[in-house]
Design a protein around this ligand. Structure first.
Ligand SMILES: [Mg+2]
Length: 393
């Protein structure tokens, strides 16, 4: 297994770099992507200039503003980033058919066996970096190793514009001294737990007493023990199926109006169901996420009797899940979202013959709606919504 050559390519501050590329006046400035300046969302990407102020992704915009008052705050321009992503992935696929995208700006490539064609892995990495720079105008950092875990660690070591190789013999000197929180799969919750058990570095995990640690962190112990030893045989999976699809919104102000929350859930159900149909998937489980103004966050899930890709079914279960949150009349909501998981390929549905015969089944109706939206835009068809007269008695 140690003969594999795996690349992990990660674009540098991707969204922010795209904006700086398209507007040179932003070069060298702290650019923060994630909503307009007054937005209450979180930071999606911060340019390296902004990171020097301590701004990082997932931080509330308000906190980013406090840390970096001179920051230039821009909304997320999804269409633009998807186009740049498409170009970057086109470059990847020139060098290997085994490309596993992790997000818009990050992928694994298994280049084992491609080396006779394109040269050693390090040459392939250099070519990829060069082509991304010259064709897309962006920089990427590449990590090379014999397994996914170490390739991913490597791409992060010399950012931005890095190229790092981790050989098996580098494990002790370069990986083991790193903090345990850097280990793939160790989240914010598990890291302090492990630290309390005396596992502060990845090296500590490699030397740990597996049986003891299992008692504290269960099967996660096996996972971190293997990775810490540099053992990771997971293949690069080009057709990696997404595990979930979701939509969430942080409201401009905290919302107490239940009707408004319902309307939000309806619109989110429509978007998620549409994505399911576009990807020819059905979902078995729906999860509602709700955040209070205090930042306390709760989730409620429901597994459906049979998988679905329909707006109405998602909406109805989202409403049930919202009821389970037992909001009091004075409660307000900061963030609301739904996601679906347990995804599987859709069962064969009758093809839509748009305009030829009236669609009878709800699947066909929704696919007909999708077709019209594809052709004429998202606003071409909207659901008639009953807006209650909210006049006070
Ligand atoms: Mg990145």
């Amino acid at each position: 297994m140690n003969n594999r050559r795996i690349l992990h390519v990660d674009m540098d501050a991707f969204f922010a770099s795209v904006e700086q590329r398209d507007n040179p006046t932003l070069l060298g400035k702290p650019v923060i992507i994630g909503g307009a300046q007054d937005s209450r969302g979180v930071v999606s990407t911060a340019s390296y200039e902004a990171r020097r102020f301590g701004v990082h992704s997932a931080m509330p915009i308000s906190e980013a503003k406090r840390r970096c008052p001179s920051g230039i705050f821009l909304p997320v321009n999804g269409a633009k980033y998807r186009e740049a992503s498409r170009q970057v992935f086109t470059v990847f696929r020139r060098y290997s058919p085994l490309v596993e995208g992790l997000s818009l700006d990050e992928a694994f490539l298994d280049v084992t066996g491609c080396e006779t064609l394109f040269g050693p892995a390090v040459k392939i990495a250099e070519k990829i970096k060069f082509e991304i720079q010259s064709e897309v105008g962006l920089t990427a950092s590449v990590g090379i190793s014999y397994c996914k875990f170490l390739a991913k660690m490597a791409s992060d070591m010399e950012k931005p514009d890095g190229l790092t190789i981790i050989q098996p013999e580098d494990l002790q000197t370069r990986i083991h001294p790193m903090p345990i929180s850097k280990l793939w799969g160790v989240g914010k919750k598990a890291a302090p737990q492990l630290e309390r058990l005396g596992i502060k570095t990845i090296g500590d995990a490699a030397r740990m007493d597996l049986h003891t640690i299992r008692r504290y962190v269960g099967s996660l112990a096996d996972h971190i023990y293997s990775l810490a030893q540099g053992i990771d045989s997971r293949p690069v999976e080009p057709f990696h199926v997404r595990k979930s699809i979701g939509q969430e919104v942080t409201f401009a102000e905290d919302i107490g109006d239940i009707e408004f929350l319902h309307t939000t859930l309806l619109s989110q159900s429509e978007t998620v169901a549409r994505e399911l149909r576009q990807r020819h998937l059905e979902a078995k489980t729906i999860t509602l996420k709700l955040r209070y103004p205090s930042f306390q966050t709760i989730t409620r899930s429901q597994t459906l009797f049979e998988p679905t890709q329909l707006d109405d079914i998602l909406y109805q279960s989202a409403r049930v899940l919202l009821e389970k949150c037992e909001l009091k009349s004075h409660d307000k909501v900061r963030l609301l979202g739904i996601s679906v998981s347990g995804l599987a390929p859709e069962r064969v549905q009758q093809q839509v013959a748009l305009f030829e015969e009236a669609p009878e089944k709800p699947h066909n109706l929704m696919k007909a709606v999708d077709l019209i939206k594809d052709k004429f835009g998202e606003r071409a068809i909207t659901r008639a919504r009953l807006i209650k007269n909210k006049q006070k008695p």
